[in-house]
Design a protein around this ligand. Structure first.
Ligand code: ADP
Length: 278
């Protein structure tokens, strides 16, 4: 069943008639438990889509529904934001307290949840992102990946059905990226949380159930990771990379190596090449 429904949405930041349309009549649906990746070069409209999904922005044309709730109905904003949490790029801008567990408690405190329930939620959220052992530390002593996981715990503590992450790994080193990506995958697979992740890293997008490619405020293609990344030339036209393994096999195929499909990961690439070579 669909959880989020975006219906013929157009959006512009300024109200003037002739100001630039940032999104042009986009429609898509996200099912409960789905892992969605949004790809597109800078300025294509991805963050704007993210903000429309939790009612930080409301479309001028079209509708966004979250679990059946119309985001343009202000009386529903609180309910919508408690169902759809937003994680941003820079963890330093999202951590507010001087101790990790206080930081995670901040969201549920604002929701007016009783103290003993907050305690349970904070512990649960810190365990979900594997940061429970660091609960008494000062956030500034943590690595970037650890900080971002604490920021994610702060959202989890509000028990959302869906988390939208706007380039959550962009400021992190490879180890931090790996930690945050595996946390996101765990939240999706083990906790059933719906994920919408904006990323510039193709090797992160391959983990999504559905990939959408945005350019100039419209979708240029969408589908499973395999379907989307097999369109190498189209992605390049829209200034995007493809995963390294996909690119290599695309080039090999152009030289006549008989590959029926293109792989997404190194492991898949190795097993496909082994089959044609042995
Ligand atoms: P992306 O996330 O793909 O980089 P954005 O959704 O942030 O793209 O931006 C899409 C377009 O909207 C860009 O041209 C950007 O300059 C413009 N834009 C984004 N935020 C604002 C804002 N607050 N006011 C005016 N224009 C904005």
């Amino acid at each position: 069943m669909e959880f989020i429904s975006v219906q013929n949405v157009s959006f512009q930041y300024a109200e003037e008639e002739n100001s630039r349309q940032v999104l042009n009549d986009i429609s898509f649906e996200i099912k409960k438990g789905e892992f969605v990746a949004l790809l597109g070069h800078n300025g294509s409209g991805k963050s704007t889509i993210a903000k429309l999904l939790n009612a930080l922005l409301v479309p001028q044309k079209g509708k966004v529904f979250v679990d059946g709730m119309d985001t343009s109905d202000e009386s529903l904003t609180y309910d919508i934001r408690s169902k759809v949490g937003l994680v941003l790029q820079n963890p330093d801008n999202q951590l507010v307290a001087s101790v990790v567990e206080e930081d995670v408690a901040f969201g549920p405190e604002n929701l007016g949840i009783p103290a003993d329930e907050i305690r349970v939620r904070v512990d649960e959220a810190l365990k979900a992102v594997d940061m429970y052992d660091h609960r008494l530390k000062a956030p500034y002593k943590l690595s970037g990946g650890q900080k971002q996981r604490v920021a994610i715990a702060g959202i989890i503590a509000m028990r959302p059905d869906c988390i939208v992450l706007d380039e959550p790994t962009a400021m992190l080193d490879p180890k931090g990226r790996e930690e945050v990506l595996s946390t996101i995958k765990k939240l999706n697979k083990e906790y059933g949380i719906t994920i919408v992740m904006i990323t510039h890293y193709m090797d992160e997008a391959v983990h999504a159930d559905t990939v959408y490619v945005v350019d100039s405020g419209s979708f240029v293609t969408s589908g499973t990771a395999e379907e989307v990344f097999s369109q190498v030339e189209l992605l390049k036209k829209h200034r995007l990379d493809v995963p390294q393994a996909t690119e290599l096999c695309h080039k090999l195929r152009a030289c006549g190596v008989p590959l029926e499909r293109l792989p997404l990961t190194e492991e898949d690439c190795v097993s496909m090449l082994r089959e044609v070579m042995l």
